[in-house]
Ligand binder design. Sequence first.
Ligand SMILES: *Cc1c(COP(=O)(O)O)cnc(C)c1O
Length: 424
Amino acid sequence: MVFVWNRNNCSGGFSVENHQVQFGTKAVWAGEKDVLVHGASQVPVIVSVAYTYEDMDHWYDVARGKKPGHIYGRNTNPTVQAFEEKVRELEGAEAATSFSTGMAAISNTLYTFLRPGDRVVTIKDTYGGTNKIFTEFLPEMGVEVVLCNTGNHEEMIAEVKKGCKILYLESPTNPTVKITDIERMAKTGKEAGALVVVDNTFATPVNQNPLQLGADLVIHSATKFLGGHADALGGVVCGAKELVEKIYHYREINGATLDPWAAYLLLRGMKTLKLRVKQQEKNAEAIARWLLKQELVEEVFYPGLETHVNHEIAKKQMRGFGGMLSFSLKGGMDAVRILLPKLKYANRAANLGAVETTYGPARTTSHVECTPEERKAVGIAEGLVRISAGIEDTEDLIADLEQAFAHLKEQLEVSAAESGKAGS
Ligand SMILES: *Cc1c(COP(=O)(O)O)cnc(C)c1O
């Protein structure tokens, strides 16, 4: 029996008696029932900032959390709660709370639990913004942060055993899709008394549930795959009620609240989450295998490839390998400059997880704030391109790559011939 939580405990659960409801069904139906009014079949966007009460005692009871209801939009909102409820179901969590962005979810979670003198163990390859919190803001607050080499479990275990308040993981990572064994690290973290937090944005709950692997909290940038249409920002944290209530309290006071319009768009997007992710990973794998065969490609990174360093761990903890991959071109950034503008079915943009296939060089997207030396240190070649596979038909994406690579080859031959001439 799943305990259904929200601030006022007013939301109904989602289950069918004697039957285990599957992911796709939950994605469509979960979380919505209590917010449907006037027989509406679709979730209304309730924009009201405050809620009105005729009975002063009733108001007082709601304000103290004794009765279900809403008081003020910075705290709770029915549309926003429907979004939280849906994600909570999909992650199989006791509780969930939401934020204005993925970074707000991450920063609010860290700031809820960390105090001066605390120690955090994490990996070098966290999302760019998260990495800035670890390298800039937390040290300024007197929190010690240890950045381990991503995928080096022995190093991480040794650091966790020295004691830490939070073990913070992300798997797969951005942009080289490195994998950490979540179950193994969660066990180590728990034994050391740490809170284990996992950013599950890349995997999505379709393919990975960190809470089931032993993590305490799972975070999403809902801006990416959950929303799926690159038209709304949002973030969410799921876990045990006791932990999520603390994070909720931090957020209700500090104010990084999810907007009801954004919550509506994210909710609508989530209905097709499973369908999208399945097509995205079909495309990602096809693109990865096609890229492997290209002579102009140096390396391909995709957890579904047998050549991936941690393919076995990925296979163990993921139900599918997701829609994210990356590759490096032999010609470095000069080759990237020729290749990317030639693609027809591609957004060249900083986002990911959308229905459109999206390409971005690491040095202009995830690692724009790093120096070339820093990028090199985490294995990011200057010619590395991240791909977020969209839901287009696979053949079309491959045909698009074929014509763009043919153009690149031609251009490289022309410039080789020209420099040959210039040299003679
Ligand atoms: C985008 C992203 C974030 C930050 O989310 P925003 O919604 O942009 O604030 C955090 N983690 C990962 C893995 C991301 O891809």
